[in-house]
Design a protein around this ligand. Structure first.
Ligand SMILES: Nc1ncnc2c1ncn2[C@@H]1O[C@H](COP(=O)(O)OP(=O)(O)OP(=O)(O)O)[C@@H](O)[C@H]1O
Length: 475
């Protein structure tokens, strides 16, 4: 009996069904229709691009084995994607993509679509009806390359940013991941890339968004049953800039959708720029497949700026604000505030403000007072009360619950964390910490500190609590 598309596919299905979970089979294989068999190429129709990506990501191996069994070593699989008529285009249209040749996907873009009704669509990836939607780039024009002072600490990241801005999607820095500690200029640099691209290529659609907002939008889209619209919207962006991707940690639904958007953009030569407060290797609770994509391009770190760079940043800020300040004062501030650029700017703004409000001259003595106050102010904020508030907010409980006598595990852990941070960030004695956090004795506090230390090195989730809260307390 001669082979037909249907008979070959049915045999493949029998094999696949035996080898994967029933639910997965139902979801991902039952909707597929075998369409055509020419020589050794089987064409199957799938309901969406998302569907195709999913199959390629998760089931390409089993598909290959099944097909090779049926059609021999030279077997080929061709996906025909039936696009539904979202966004009001009258007819569904189809697109052909060969299996597992991701580099070939691009060249397939210009294939004449199978359905002649869709001939007017030059690029079927662009959804009709949304093309002319006005998309605000959300870029801050004040964050430009010009204002981003170069130094050893940021040279690699800045140069890579400039290269990406000159040729978005056309360099090997895709994605470009900029990472570094708080306040070192990640957001500034990410905006600068977008701003420069808009200057050079006004026709390109650039979008800056924080990972937090992206997540909120996604949750909203799921609630409103608009998941596909959400994906399609992001797939038409030419340059997607996502700030603070570490925020996606532990959010598997958002990671999943971002994975598909990322793949689509990357395959189509679109640029992705990401920022994070951690190197990919240190990111926790981010799926491996996403982490490995983060590493595809370039990860460039922003380090603490050295003294010279700090001085240039301060001088540039003063120049832009039209303020003249003696060099010894600028040097004094740059020498004493090293931790992050935001604090450096904060100190100089306080100094200018103090001088003008009190009609005082800017002197080194005034600078000394400000720097001291500045440093003290940040220290003063971390009281035991403040720590209890931060910890209880983090676990969404009130302070009374945190201090209560209960032995419920999550409450005990929250209390132990509060004790641990009180020990770490204040000069209070163990006894004083204990009495302020639920009237416990010093031995309980000591035990809490040890438990937190132990759990941080053995329990990934717990370590994340410690890191998150540390960050909140350090702001
Ligand atoms: N090299 C630089 N030249 C000029 N200004 C800088 C430089 N680096 C950082 N800044 C300034 O420091 C401030 C903090 O930078 P930014 O907000 O980009 O930091 P961040 O790394 O994104 O911080 P966070 O981790 O808190 O999000 C901004 O006002 C930015 O303009």
């Amino acid at each position: 009996m001669s082979k037909t598309a249907k008979s070959v596919w049915n045999n493949c299905l029998l094999f696949i069904k035996d080898n994967i979970q029933p639910q997965a089979y139902k979801t991902w294989f039952e909707p597929i229709v075998a369409v055509k068999l020419t020589d050794n190429a089987l064409s199957i129709q799938v309901p969406s691009k998302f569907f195709y990506e999913w199959l390629e990501e998760h089931y390409v191996k089993i598909l290959k084995v099944a097909l090779t069994k049926e059609l021999g070593e030279t077997a080929k699989l061709v996906y025909i994607i039936k696009m539904e008529n979202t966004y009001g285009n009258k007819q569904p249209f189809t697109e052909k993509i060969p299996s597992s040749h991701r580099t070939a996907v691009k060249s397939q873009d210009v294939d004449i679509p199978l359905n002649n009704k869709s001939r007017e669509l030059k690029n079927p990836f662009i959804i009709p009806g949304i093309r002319n939607v006005k998309i605000e780039s959300q870029l801050n024009p004040n964050y430009s390359f010009e204002n981003f002072l170069e130094g050893d600490s940021n040279r690699l990241a800045r140069s890579a940013g400039l290269a990406v801005a000159s040729k978005p999607g056309g360099t090997s820095f895709n994605p470009l991941l900029i990472f570094g500690h708080v306040g070192l200029g990640k957001t500034h640099l990410a905006h600068a890339i977008g701003v420069d691209i808009k200057d050079k290529y006004p026709e390109k659609t650039v979008l800056y968004i924080s990972a937090e907002k992206f997540t909120q939008q996604y949750i909203e889209a799921v609630k409103k049953n608009n998941r596909n619209d959400f994906i399609h919207f992001y797939q038409i962006i030419d340059v997607l800039i996502i700030d603070d991707v570490q925020f996606l940690s532990g959010k598997s639904g958002t990671q999943d959708v971002f994975f598909h958007i990322f793949n689509h953009l990357h395959q189509n030569g679109k640029q992705v720029v990401l920022t994070s407060d951690k190197a990919p290797v240190d990111m926790q609770d981010i799926e491996q497949r996403l982490l490995s994509r983060f590493k595809w391009g370039l990860s460039a770190e922003l380090h603490n700026p050295d003294f010279e760079t700090r001085v240039s940043i301060l001088k540039n800020k003063l120049y832009r604000d039209g303020v003249v300040m003696p060099d010894d004062i600028v040097d004094y501030i740059a020498k004493n505030i090293k931790s992050n650029v935001r604090e450096l700017e904060g100190a100089i703004i306080s100094l200018i403000a103090q001088a003008s409000f009190n009609k005082k001259e800017v002197t080194i003595d005034l600078a000394r007072v400000i720097v001291e106050k500045f440093v003290k102010n940040t220290k003063r904020e971390v009281s035991i009360d403040y720590i209890q508030k931060v910890v209880s907010d983090y676990f969404q409980m009130d302070i009374e619950t945190l201090q209560s006598k209960t032995r419920k595990r999550h409450i005990v852990q929250a209390r132990q964390l509060a004790m641990f941070f009180a020990k770490k960030f204040t000069k209070a004695s163990l006894a004083s910490i204990g009495s302020q956090i639920g009237k416990r004795d010093h031995a309980t506090v000591l035990h809490a500190c040890k438990t937190v230390d132990n759990l941080s090195s053995t329990d990934k989730q717990f370590r994340k609590y410690v890191e998150d809260i540390t960050k909140k307390l350090s702001v």
